[in-house]
Design a protein around this ligand. Sequence first.
Ligand code: GDP
Length: 445
Amino acid sequence: MFENLSERLSGVFDRLTKQGALSEEDVKTALREVRVALLEADVSLPVVRKFVKDVQAKATGQAVTKSVTPGQQVVKIVHDELVEVLKGEGDPGALKIDNPPAPILMVGLQGSGKTTTTAKIAKRLTEREGKKVLMASLDVNRPAAMEQLQILGNQVGVDTLPIVKGETPVQIAKRARTQASLGGYDVYFLDTAGRLHIDQELIQQAADVRDVVEPRETLLVVDGLTGQVAVEVAEEFDDKIGVSGVALTRMDGDGRGGAALSMRAVTGKPIRFVGTGEKVDALEEFDPERIAGRILGMGDIVSLVEKAQETLEAEQAERMLKRLQKGQFNMNDLKSQLEQMLKMGGMEGLMGMMPGMGKMKGQMAEAGMDDTVLKRQIALINSMTKKERANPQILQASRKKRIAAGAGLEVSELNKLLKQHRQMSDMMKKLGKKGGRNALKQALG
Ligand code: GDP
């Protein structure tokens, strides 16, 4: 199925080979295929519609990387946007479990993998974080479910609350809380009852338990293969009980996991864990990159565009190197240096890597050169004409005034920038003569 899709896409892309900025038509054509891909991955229709519309607006007018087709460029933009939407905040697998014993409520439909996932997370907390964990099943209607948790507990080496017949879920939850406190547990999991469909009684039970124990986390377990259903389940549980995170199971199968995107887009809840098999170790922290690749099913195109971008950057660097060797260090070069510094964490980061820059680094620190300064300097260069950037020596008083005014800054700042440019230019020349190409290459990081 994927091959067909890729082929179909290649067909579209072959027809779109012009360069430049993405036109509305380019984006529309490519997004038609993306739309199909998302629907095939089981992303729900309203989510697909909104997503495609957002990307349409964002992508139109963006530059196309050399040697890449507009269609391929759109796929890369779609991929990046998918990752953005899927990303939650912070570390996905980090549960709020300070203040022991921390109750964690597990909710979800029967068969979603709730009990298995409870044991998987408990195992992880025990082994990786050295936590003392207790698990309790609240499924009073299904003795088999209670026993299943006990068996899993034995298997993963995590304690379970002894089963007492005839108790209500709230009574079991209270007993779990007491035992967790007395036994010095860090965390206790409450594995609520599941049903095949959401019903009032199920929700009420979970809500009652929630009110009694006030869980630190309420994790919803959903079957990643159920697409639209997963979204409805998530909305309902979040609405009635309140959910702090989602665990998506069965991501080891053939499904492409579109539910992840739907759920994130509709409920805004972070996906914390991904279940990747029946074994108790088959649990991963949610990785937006990986899921995005899977949903889109166009990993080859995404990496192709990334490669092209890298190559282009390398070519640009090579061109700059050649010019520097010839002693041609103009304002455009300075600008790209400044931009790179910004990207690499400011002045400190870059200067530290340049041989012979130690002294300058000190001076710059003294002069209070930080990111704000970098940004101002870039603004000054932006305010120069093409000719001025190529030949900064032509800058006389009137030009300087105009440039500074254009950037909303003082001429004195421009003078500082020009001085810095001269110093760097001299140094580049010296480096070019002394050590030749390698020294320069090193100096450029
Ligand atoms: P519950 O009714 O929600 O508690 O579901 P269970 O934990 O009993 O799981 C139902 C079935 O799904 C069991 O056979 C599990 O082994 C299986 N299962 C759970 N998680 C996963 C998963 O991530 N991948 C696969 N392939 N199977 C899973």
